[in-house]
Design a protein around this ligand. Structure first.
Ligand code: TYD
Ligand code: MG
Length: 451
């Protein structure tokens, strides 16, 4: 082992100091010095002439990697990972405390069957883990548990057991005695993660790191770990709902636009394979201000209800509040409704909500949002057998968006009979769906009686 020394580096300007300082003497920033270890090599620096030239190879001489991905058996997790867990990859699973990260990983352990898996718990006792496993009805023959927070000992255990998957729950509790900083600080979290990443790459074992999202944001500072790991998955959900959404924020081996959907039940997480039904379950037809959009989340069509409420402003500036839809995009749509359609919303409060805690961030949702606002303003309900799909341009024109056929098929599957779409779809036909084609937003609102 090379000897290591500690050094403190300013995260904002890069100034290095041998000791910790509250304020950086170079740039004046407070609390930016973070501890790092550096290996000190005893040998004198080599001169360029003594260094043997390493061999660079032509691209075609590089052998392809053996198929190194295995399915976990939890379909929604596999989807977000891009088809399963990659060998030697490191995945960071982040989320609020209590969202269900440990539960998901324990259920993963059960699906892996005989595969060797080491689950390191730094937060709970072995008895607590066992208690949860009993509640989930889990036997997981390949699972070994370890209650440990010292990184050196965790690495030693991994060396001895050679698991195919190592789970560290959570990275904030792990520490290396080489650093003086406390567990959970940026220095510790980064160093421990980097060591585990190196281990994954050399041994070929996959690693899942659990990270809690703190009040300030991601695990001890937002970007601390993102560039070290191969994939970052975020587990989200509303405390008031049982739905849990798993999304990839970064994925070196797969897409980042896929969603995994779960429901937390008394016996752990249940996969939601029919999300559209879930999101439309509580819809009340024939109420104004409600529109259904056939959105795409990654490769999967998803029917979601958009609600809008328009009410006269009591005093001062009108409120514009939006949940699950970009506020700036809403402002653009309101301007288009004002200028191109002639709805005077200047003295109206506008509230928009996407039902079910889902975030709609594709342009295809524009038409549904605009129509929901118009419907509430006019107090005329949108027909309940209608889905709306289309982007709204600044000139008030409707623009075509991708994957139209998939969206319409999903709408048909859920019993919708009509779809309001941009004229640009041309002669597209989907069984069971009547297409209402509109060239402009004005035309679209006319067709549904909300002008
Ligand atoms: P947990 O996996 O411990 O969350 P995290 O590891 O992200 O902090 O989940 C804790 C919550 O989930 C807790 O509020 C209890 C609830 N829960 C269920 O509703 N059903 C279950 O079967 C389990 C195991 C937990
Ligand atoms: Mg936990």
């Amino acid at each position: 082992m090379p000897k290591t020394i500690s050094r403190f580096t300013c995260q904002s300007c890069g100034y290095e100091s041998p000791r910790w300082l509250g304020q950086c003497p170079a740039c004046g920033a407070w609390n930016t010095l973070v501890e790092e270890t550096v290996a000190v090599s005893a040998a004198r620096p080599r001169r360029a002439s003594n260094v043997p030239a390493p061999e660079a190879v032509p691209l075609k001489a590089v052998l392809p990697m053996p198929e190194a991905r295995w399915r976990t058996g939890i379909g929604e997790l596999d989807r977000v990972l891009g088809g399963g867990i990659m060998r030697a990859s490191v995945v960071l699973l982040g989320g609020d405390p209590g969202i269900g990260k440990s539960t998901l990983l324990l259920q993963l352990a059960e699906r892996l069957g005989e595969r060797q898996l080491l689950y390191v718990t730094g937060e709970e006792s072995l008895e607590q883990v066992r208690h949860r496993a009993e509640r989930l009805g889990i036997h997981a023959p390949g699972l070994r548990l370890l209650a440990e927070t010292d990184l050196e000992r965790i690495m030693a255990a991994a060396d001895a057991l050679e698991p195919e998957l190592l789970i560290v729950d959570s990275i904030q509790t792990v520490y290396t005695p080489e650093l003086q900083s406390a567990p959970g600080t940026v220095a510790q979290v980064r160093e421990c993660a980097a060591r585990l990443v190196r281990m994954a790459k050399t041994k070929g074992c996959a690693v899942f790191l659990v990270g809690h999202v703190t009040k300030e944001g991601w695990v001890a500072g937002p970007r601390t770990l993102e560039h070290v790991v191969d994939a970052v998955l975020q587990f989200e959900g509303d405390r008031h709902y049982a739905y849990r959404v798993l999304r990839a924020i970064k994925n070196r081996f797969g897409p980042t636009n896929e969603l995994g959907l779960f429901e937390m039940t008394d016996h752990g997480l249940r996969e939601v394979s029919n999300p559209s039904e879930l999101f439309l379950a509580q819809r009340r037809p024939d109420v104004s201000g409600s529109a259904v959009v056939a959105a795409m989340e990654g490769t999967r069509p998803l029917l979601v209800e958009v609600q809008a409420l328009v009410a006269p402003t009591a005093f001062g500036t009108p409120a514009r509040t939006s949940t699950g839809f970009d506020g700036r995009r809403l402002a653009v749509l309101l301007a288009v409704l004002d200028r191109r359609v002639g709805l005077s919303l200047a003295y109206q409060d506008v509230y928009v909500n996407v039902v079910g805690g889902i975030r709609l961030d594709e342009p295809a949702a524009d038409l549904a949002v605009a129509a929901a606002v118009a419907s509430s303003f006019r107090d005329r309900p949108i027909p309940s057998d209608l889905v709306l799909i289309g982007e709204v341009g600044l000139a008030g024109e409707l623009r075509l968006t991708g994957a139209m056929e998939r969206r319409l098929e999903e709408a048909a599957r859920l019993g919708f009979g009509r779809a309001l779409v941009p004229k640009g779809v041309g002669s597209l036909r989907v069984a069971g769906i009547n297409l209402l084609r509109a060239e402009t937003l004005v035309h679209a609102l006319e067709l549904i009686g909300c002008l």
